[in-house]
Design a protein around this ligand. Sequence first.
Ligand SMILES: [Zn+2]
Length: 61
Amino acid sequence: MVRLRTPTHRRCERCGRREHWNDESWVVVRTDDGPVTGDPFCLHEWDITGTFSPIATTDGS
Ligand SMILES: [Zn+2]
């Protein structure tokens, strides 16, 4: 059996932009200091890229 796993947060390795998933799309995380948008010209390198697997396998019952 497989089920989808969806990440709920991601952060850019390059500029520090942080986003969270709101069930429809990624939105920028806001803090008391304002949205954490990072560098608008950055080619964002999300910390979930490459290591995150969208498919989770379960074994047993
Ligand atoms: Zn970035």
